[in-house]
Ligand binder design. Sequence first.
Ligand code: PLP
Length: 393
Amino acid sequence: MIPNTNYGNLKDSYLFYNIAQKTAAYLENNPGKQLLRMGIGDVSQPLCPAVIEELKNAVEDQAHIETFHGYMPECGAPFLRETIAGYYSKRGIELDTDEVFVSSGASDELGDILDLFGRGKTVLIPEPAYPAYVDANIMAGNTIVHLPSGRENGFLPEPPENRSIDIIYICSPNNPTGAVFNREKLKKWVEYANNIQAIILFDAAYEAFIEEEDIPHSIYEIPGTKTCAIEICSLSKTAGFTGTRCGYTIVPKTIVRGEMNLNSMWVRNRTTKTNGISYILQRGAAAVFTDEGQKQIHNTLSIYKQNAKTIMKALDKAGIWYTGGKNAPYVWLECPNGMDSWQFFDLLLNEIQVVGTPGEGFGTCGKNFFRFSTFGKPADTNEAAKRLLKLLG
Ligand code: PLP
């Protein structure tokens, strides 16, 4: 059979489709009503001035024969790889620049990285989870072991008894729950992976939201990780690059399995399957890591953090259990009165015109939970919080 029949095993991505259908139907029946969209994972604030300035400079470079750049090195421009290694070094993590790979974002990498592993692997996915982990592995024909979590463990599951695992996805700060692993909890996962010789794919897309000392920004802050973990990061949420597209992936040279070096394999993969990220974008990305860039992106992140506080305050007043919101841009709440997440979605849409994301879309253990994103505009978030409190308080 020519097609990859694994695609037949994919479940319809009905989460966002259903949300779109329900909101469209509501607007059709209630013309003129304004919806407050608190479900979006996209950012609302623009790129910071330091990035814009550098993007413009790089465009100008492309206009002149002396400064023009054609193809960029497949694994990333040396100036950006060095800059990113320097960012890690500030946290005491020493990386060789050729352990840093510049990418066009985390989504691409989370699926593409599966090229490093043979087919038919067993993959552990703690849930609720970012849906792309599950779908990319179904497409690859891997066997998925779902590891549910819940309120009882603060949505931070411990490693299971099962030792027949090849690949483990960990996302901290987590989408959708906003839960974060502290050093002690993450150490257990690193020990587990090293013991069973599994590889952790650590999704650090939200590291820039971390404020507390005890929470690692990078899995390499845990000793022993350079033999078992690949870290995938993105400037999408850190610096508003969702539409600009740039990220980075760390593949330590010390990860060896079956005498094969995963860093060398990834170099081979990238040099075969990509022609690098554009010069202009890499210049813009480098500006994120300058002192000025860091100051500016943290100013923007503080807008989202204020949104989180606004939502949390409303939930506190309404006596609703939630996690996240602190060190993370998502607030994950338990639906009140035993409602399931679609019932709660309908209630918010119909009664207060607020749109969030039903937890069921991130795994069955999310059935009675709901995600609010803090990436919206402050005025919308304030209004949504007010309406929430009126409805539930
Ligand atoms: N990983 C997680 C956990 C995410 O939530 C997202 C985007 O929402 C991504 C990765 C993808 O990020 P990117 O825009 O870099 O593809």
